[in-house]
Design a protein around this ligand. Structure first.
Ligand SMILES: *Cc1c(COP(=O)(O)O)cnc(C)c1O
Length: 231
């Protein structure tokens, strides 16, 4: 198993490098988030020893235990799942970057909790770029207003945007959605809102990360290609 995770991680890093160079990007401008949801701590540890530096988790309770078990490791933890406001206090204590902020309510709660623990919390705005009803994330048309409204919250830094496209393992079908997220990023950046950085684009998973890199992704969230299929 150890061998497999090491080999897979290397293969993914090679593919990120190749995809970046092929479209004229510096490979260092794309960071790999190894998505470790449902993966036990010992296998995550193997990935860390093999060079993974950022881990992505979807469930607060599961992440809490794993982060505790791996607390000696010098890695960053990212929250990429749906976050309920009542879990905000835990999330602030656990995660370096929260990818899934999609409401004023959640942002305010995170701001309050960050302030209470003397932290400035980095966040991304999750955008429902396809407009499908079932997907979480704020509608693209409302994203700028959300950013404006929460830019005043002093314990948050809005670092960029995140999306989940409506298709899996269909790189050519998802390209327009990645492109749309990047356009939205450009539009928001042009507003030059104080306290808003907007440098990150979290997009691309196992089935489509090369397309995402071509379209400007800075954070690719990859689980299956590193850890294998989830039960
Ligand atoms: C599970 C998950 C991923 C990783 O998906 P893979 O297809 O296993 O690479 C990425 N982003 C989010 C939000 C996820 O929930």
């Amino acid at each position: 198993m150890r061998d497999t995770i090491e080999k897979r991680l290397k293969a993914v890093n090679d593919r990120i490098r190749d995809a970046s160079l092929a479209c004229g990007r510096d490979p260092k401008s794309v960071r790999l988030i190894a998505v470790s949801k449902t993966v036990p701590a010992d296998r995550v540890h193997t990935a860390i020893k093999a060079g993974a530096t950022a881990l992505g988790e979807n469930y607060v309770q599961e992440a809490r235990e794993k982060i505790q078990a791996l607390k000696e490791e010098d890695v960053s933890w990212h929250f990429i799942g749906h976050l309920q406001s009542n879990k905000a206090k835990y999330a602030v204590g656990l995660f370096d970057l929260i990818h899934s902020v999609d409401s004023v309510k959640l942002a305010k709660e995170l701001n309050r909790r960050a302030g209470a623990s003397g932290k400035v919390q980095d966040i991304l705005i999750q955008v429902n770029i396809s407009g499908e009803e079932t997907k979480s994330g704020i509608e693209a048309e409302q994203a700028l207003d959300l950013v404006r409204e929460i830019s005043f919250l002093e314990n948050l830094t809005i670092c960029g945007l995140m999306t989940m496209p409506p298709y899996f393992n269909a790189p050519d079908k998802v390209r327009p959605y990645f492109r749309a997220l990047r356009s939205l990023q450009t539009l928001i950046r042009q507003e030059a809102i104080p306290n808003v950085e907007m440098t990150e684009l979290s997009m691309g998973m196992t089935g489509d990360f090369e397309t995402a890199i071509q379209e400007g992704s800075t954070l690719v969230r990859i689980g299956t290609a590193i850890f294998g299929g989830r039960a």
